[in-house]
Design a protein around this ligand. Structure first.
Ligand code: GTP
Ligand code: MG
Length: 295
């Protein structure tokens, strides 16, 4: 019997949803960063086994921002739990709060099995976790609780096996050599955003977006021209850095990773542009890949 299905992974920002999906799939499907609100799109990560195909749906962290971008993120997360075969609510072992309990409680009416997964056990002790686990036990509708470390890849199989237990018999939704629904052009933009998130400090990362202007795959090289979009001249100056040092750092580390992904040399031209209202303007958002109408 061939089993398949969709599994949505939801949770607060920064709990490790993207890290977990990368670990489950065994490939880098989604970018990750120590800063919250890293993921902005629904991204599919496909895990192919001999007799199964599990399609994981990565989602933006639960967020109540009032900007048009905030509305897009919220809708993205909410729509991700429609038409799936199982839901994973992910928690950070060291930072369980009322928001997590509310999110779990909200799944009670879900028609599909709900799993609660406690991540980052590598940096938390079981003693500290006891009160949380005791409280979680009150949610009788939860199919199974799993504790794991997505980063250290501990107990990942336990979760996968539990999910396979509940998945129905089904078709191959994607070809077996495919591990994500996104193309290289999208991934390139995300990699640039990941490096910017990594190197930039404070409020700037949340105010940036990346637009790929051209992506030309030639025989021996890939030529990419991209803009980092930011909200003010002050941010632009910081992103460029003194003598262009910050932009160079973001560019060269992005280029290295895109080259690894494409197995080809990459020529990356990176610019910084100011668009003060990009988070509020629906048509700009759509151009940047955050089109609420497509959700
Ligand atoms: N120590 C530890 N860190 C982890 C673990 N899993 C994820 N992290 C770290 O937590 C941070 C956030 O991880 P992400 O995977 O980006 O979190 P996310 O839930 O996808 O975040 P958003 O996309 O912003 O909602 C990163 O710095 C990860 O390296 C883990 O098991 N242990
Ligand atoms: Mg994420």
């Amino acid at each position: 019997m061939f089993k398949s299905g969709f599994v949505a992974v939801i949770g607060k920002p920064n709990v490790g949803k993207s890290t977990l999906i990368n670990a489950l799939v065994g490939e880098k499907v989604a970018i990750t960063s120590p800063k919250p609100q890293t993921t902005r799109n629904k991204i599919l990560g496909i895990k192919n086994g001999e007799d199964y195909q599990v399609v994981f749906v990565d989602t933006p962290g639960i967020y109540n921002g009032q900007s048009e971008l905030g509305k897009y993120l919220k809708k993205s997360t909410e729509s991700a739990t429609n038409d799936v075969d199982a839901i994973v609510v992910l928690l950070d072992a060291g930072k369980v709060t009322k928001t997590d309990f509310d999110l779990i409680a909200k799944q009670e009416k879900s028609p599909v099995p709900v799993f609660v997964v406690i991540n980052k056990i590598d940096i938390s002790s079981y003693e500290k976790l006891y009160p949380t686990l005791a409280k979680l036990n009150e949610y009788r509708f939860v199919k199974k609780f799993v504790t794991l470390s997505a980063l250290r890849k501990r107990n990942i199989d336990v979760l996968l096996d539990a999910l396979l237990d509940v998945l129905p018999e089904g078709p191959e939704y994607f070809s077996r050599d495919q591990y994500t629904d996104k193309n290289i052009r999208f991934m390139a933009g995300e990699i640039i955003r990941e490096k910017a998130l990594l190197f930039l400090q404070e409020e700037i990362p949340h105010g940036i977006a990346v637009e790929i202007n051209t992506f030309k795959e030639l025989k021996n090289i890939i030529k990419i021209n991209a803009d980092i979009i930011c909200e003010s001249d002050r941010h632009k100056k910081i992103i460029i850095g003194s003598n262009g040092s910050m932009l160079k750092k973001i560019g060269s580390s992005s280029r290295g990773e895109i080259e690894k992904l494409c197995e080809k040399p990459v020529m990356l031209e990176l610019f910084v542009k100011v668009r003060p209202d990009w988070k509020q303007n629906k048509s700009t958002l759509a151009e940047l890949g955050y089109d609420i109408k497509q959700l």
